[in-house]
Ligand binder design. Structure first.
Ligand SMILES: Cc1cc2nc3c(=O)[nH]c(=O)nc-3n(C[C@H](O)[C@H](O)[C@H](O)COP(=O)(O)OP(=O)(O)OC[C@H]3O[C@@H](n4cnc5c(N)ncnc54)[C@H](O)[C@@H]3O)c2cc1C
Length: 423
């Protein structure tokens, strides 16, 4: 069976890989001239199994109110006359109810655990290099109350098979000596030793090369403009090449992995995907002093900022803006990330050589991705991974390949695989 994967980001390339592995004949279409050039390009680098709780949780509305109007606030909301934005926000508020948060956390945790195992197996099988480190993630807290609340959630992580432990300030510095400069200010941390970090873009490119070697065809510089369909069946996709020549690509089945851009195409089929772009920023800087730069990946929970060591570079990422499809990396939004780095790890990096970047997280209100079949007979989804697209990539793609091969993963482990699509 010939499957056309739409999009060559983390979701599309991993989908192509696992489908090819399962014996499908696979092609991939993307408007860019290589894989991984949009949201998967410069993310925070974390494989964060230890953070399954979605942004939509009971404390989120109050936290958002507290941040309102602050220039360095991790969250920024620019209200627009855009029904999709309002629908998404209402959906987000609904997902903040305690029972919804519990259900979403369980779904994400199950998928994240599967995903981490799949990533390890893929690494062993392919030997691909992407500046990955297996040194864990330290979730830092600078307020005692927030630290206490986080410690109360440890049993929940353990129940999902996720290893994490509470560390006082001294143990934090033992785990990551580069934290010595902020030791006095730390309330404590949760340390997840099995978590990893790595460069998602290098990974996506390397896996695309392996997929090509396995027989997957890539159509780059090819923009998808619409689905052609008849009687509930997708019969092709209309595409344009770089000089605007229109063509039609056909397959037996299609998988939509278009990040934040899938919603408009799906809407023309009558499918309303609950995905809205949530803009985030990152800065990438060369390491100046290796001893002062962390190699354990860091999440500063007080500022919602993450930091990962990627070979000779440090990547700092964060912020969430709801402001449509603008991807400009505004310097005034990137600067707080650099200031954070200098404050937490003084002298670690060549901040004068920082590269600024912004990308659009394809976010569902619940942060639970859409994995499964659409209402069309031969159209599938693997999209909407929001804040965790790198963490969940391999698990989602392998689960989709199982579904398409008629081997659905156990429903009690992955109830959302059917439920999230609303049918
Ligand atoms: C600042 C930031 C930090 C992050 N940090 C982390 C992290 O630490 N850990 C983590 O797990 N996740 C993180 N994420 C999330 C993660 O990066 C995303 O969830 C993931 O990259 C989404 O991958 P994707 O394949 O769905 O989308 P994309 O990478 O955007 O891929 C979609 C592809 O579709 C193509 N496309 C779109 N429209 C068309 C069209 N009409 N025709 C043809 N091609 C088209 C695009 O060119 C693109 O290649 C972060 C995100 C951001 C923004």
């Amino acid at each position: 069976m010939h499957v056309l994967v739409l999009g060559a980001g983390l979701s599309g390339v991993t989908t192509a890989w696992y489908l090819a592995h399962a014996g499908f004949d696979v092609s991939v279409v993307d408007r860019r001239d290589a894989a991984g050039l949009e949201t998967s390009y410069a993310n925070g680098g974390q494989i964060s199994v230890s953070h399954p709780e979605p942004w939509a949780n009971p404390s989120a509305p109050w936290t958002a109110l507290r941040w309102l109007g602050r220039d360095d606030a991790p969250l920024r909301l620019k209200l627009r006359a855009d029904p999709a934005q309002w629908r998404w926000l209402l959906g987000f508020l609904g997902e903040c109810l305690p029972h919804r948060t519990r259900r979403n956390t369980e779904a994400i945790a199950a998928l994240a655990v599967r995903s981490a195992a799949a990533l390890r197996a893929l690494r062993e099988e392919t030997g691909i290099a992407y500046d990955h480190l297996e040194r864990g993630i330290l979730h830092l807290f600078f307020e005692p109350q927030a630290y206490r609340r986080a410690c109360e959630k440890l049993p929940l992580l353990t129940a999902h098979g996720i290893t994490a432990r509470a560390c006082g300030p001294a143990e934090c510095v033992e785990v990551e000596p580069a934290l010595a400069a902020v030791r006095e200010r730390l309330a404590g941390a949760l340390y997840a030793p099995d978590d990893e970090s790595g460069d998602a873009f290098r990974f996506t490119q390397a896996l695309a090369e392996r997929a090509k070697a396995k027989g997957v065809t890539f159509h780059f510089n090819t923009s998808i403009s619409r689905f052609v369909h008849h009687g509930g069946l997708v019969t092709g996709i209309e595409v344009a090449d770089e000089v605007g020549r229109i063509g039609l690509l056909k397959a037996d089945a299609y998988v939509l992995c278009l990040g934040s851009y899938g919603t408009q195409l799906a809407a023309r089929l009558g499918e309303r995907l609950p995905i809205y772009p949530v803009k985030g920023y990152s800065v990438t800087v060369p390491v100046r002093d290796a001893a002062a730069a962390p190699s354990v990946s860091i999440t500063d929970e007080s500022r919602r900022i993450v930091c990962s060591r990627l070979g000779g570079r440090l990547r700092v990422a964060g912020t969430a803006e709801l402001d449509g499809f603008d991807t400009t990396p505004h310097p005034h939004r990137c600067q707080p990330l650099l200031d954070w780095l200098e404050a937490r790890f003084p002298g670690a990096a060549e901040t004068g050589e920082a590269q600024f970047w912004a990308g659009l997280r394809p976010a569902t209100p619940s942060n639970v991705p859409l994995i499964g079949k659409s209402r069309m007979v031969n159209l599938w989804y693997n999209t909407g991974h929001g804040t965790l697209g790198w963490t969940l990539a391999c698990g989602s793609a392998s689960a989709l390949a199982d579904l398409m091969s008629g081997r659905p993963p156990p429903v009690h482990e992955f109830p959302f695989l059917r439920g999230a699509l609303g049918h």
